[in-house]
Design a binder for this molecule. Sequence first.
Ligand SMILES: Cc1ncc(COP(=O)(O)O)c(C=O)c1O
Length: 428
Amino acid sequence: MAQKTVVRFTESLELFARAEEAIAGGSQTSSKRPGGYAYGAYPIYASRANGSRIWDIDGNEYIDYVNGLGPIVLGYSYPEVDAAIAEQLSKGIIYGLLSPLEVEVADSLIAAVPAAEMVRFLKGGAEANNAAARIARAHTKREIILNNGYRGWSDGWNASRNDGGIPVALESYVKQFRYNDLNHLEDLFHTYDGKIAAVILDAASLGKEPEPGYLQDLNDLAHRKGALVIYDEIVTGFRLAMGGAQEFFGVTPDLATFAKATANGMPLAAVVGSKEVMRTAADCMISITYGGEALSLAAAVATMKVMRAHNVHAHLHSIGELLKDGINGAARRAGVALEAYGLAPLSGERFLDAVDAEEDALMWHFLLAGCAQRGVLMRRGGCNFVTYSHSEDDVAETVAAIEDALHDLRRAREGGNLALTVSELATG
Ligand SMILES: Cc1ncc(COP(=O)(O)O)c(C=O)c1O
């Protein structure tokens, strides 16, 4: 059985108290806010990371499945990638002249991704999706985009869930559609006849997998109506397959966006598409200072080289499957209705029998804290981002930790002590 080893997060908690005074919201990323994990019983600040492992500033070591929320795909501090960054660093980070790496990475993306005949580089997923929307609107001379899912923080994508600061008028330009429901899409095409520039979606994500024929039918419908199809491959890109979800499912969109795993953690995003559509981007106002930043481009070249030289994606699938099976076995043995589900390189867990949202939150808090105490970092309701550096031994250690934590969870729940134990966890 895995031993409980980690019990104190003193340095993390002290630093976060300072952060709350100095940084609005305490962190730069909503999904990294400590309140979303097991506050007081889960690390907050990292000091370093290597391979599949991460260390917090209190000196505790963990096997990491959060991995920066997806960018780390080969593993932390991956030698070939770090060497490429260091070599480029000695030559300069960014120039007023163009970097030859822009062409090298463009060619590499074009070789890897079915939809890619031309590319443009950006820095984050939201930016890439904004660029894709602008290209699609300019190309079709239409304004409405049909969307399913999260596209990043920027105005257009968030108007319908406006929590402040977004012009209400923008709501009329992005309409939400239901995944795997072609009839709903047809209705929207009917309602906004001749006005829809594009349909944007994750071809697959945690909890969403396309029904047979859905993606091809969606392509056909959109094209019949004169609209483009955009795949957001921010999560699936370079993770499900070298060519992303479009290669994995065998359906090619008109445009696609990439970020996270493209450069093993360095900030690089891209919008790619057919020459016909992408030529529009030449005349659109899409321009950022850091698009040709060379450290990230060097990292992307090295990341793609490693992916081509080794069977990285086969590993992500097999190690992800091992983890999923292992967690399901651990849950069965512990007598807890926790299910690991989803596509193996981006699987996740859910409790199947929580009586309500409050109990679900308590169980998650308990599980995350229990895993952290046993040297494993996971995320509530998010993907387990396995990497090329995660080994079978890592998975065995992880499964033992989860099983042990789940035994504790079942006992606390049966004893009616779940809430009490969760509050005690925070005090160590
Ligand atoms: C599917 C998807 N699209 C877009 C984004 C936004 O990417 P970024 O945070 O780099 O702007 C995310 C971020 O998690 C995402 O998961």
